[in-house]
Design a protein around this ligand. Structure first.
Ligand SMILES: [Zn+2]
Length: 164
């Protein structure tokens, strides 16, 4: 399937269009920097529709190489996320929605040349864990727990006191 980098977001929504595929992280420089390897793909589905207002929905999945903050080894983190944004047709509409309450927080201006890959990249970055760790049973730091020599905070305090 050919990958269009830009879509007319409003037409996409109004046409109930669907686009899906796989994108290499090679094409997503900010995400690539956040990962431990380049050989990774993100599967995506973009769905357009109208529910009173036009919207785009994005479903993302993939296995991304991250560094475990507990054992400092690379592991495959499973991405599975979904989001939806409402499309405002002009700045006034977007401003009016901003003043409204719940449910319209995720709104953006409709664009004739909407860079959906940038949106996808942003959403993956948002979904990444701040402090990634292996699932408990897969982390060698957990397996070795008990044998670990952990620094004793009271020993450090005693050392400080001796300096006075
Ligand atoms: Zn780990």
């Amino acid at each position: 399937m050919s990958e269009q980098v830009v879509i007319d977001s409003l037409a996409f929504a109004q046409g109930n269009s669907v686009s899906s595929g796989n994108i290499s992280v090679e094409k997503l420089p900010r995400l690539r920097e956040a990962l431990m390897a380049r050989a990774a793909n993100v599967s995506y589905v973009i769905e357009g529709g109208v529910a009173v207002r036009p919207y785009l929905r994005l479903k993302l999945s993939g296995d991304l190489p991250l560094l475990c903050h507990r054992c400092a080894q690379v592991f495959s983190w499973h991405l599975d996320t979904e989001c939806q944004v409402w499309l405002a047709q002009n700045v006034d509409e977007l401003a009016a929605w901003d003043r409204e309450a719940d449910g319209l927080a995720d709104a953006m201006l409709a664009e004739v040349k909407f860079d959906w890959q940038a949106w996808l990249e942003e959403e993956v970055l948002l979904a990444l864990p701040v402090s990634p760790v292996h699932p408990d049973d897969g982390c060698s730091a957990i397996a070795e727990q008990g044998n670990n020599e952990r620094p004793n905070p009271f020993a450090a305090l005693a050392a400080l006191k001796r300096q006075h």
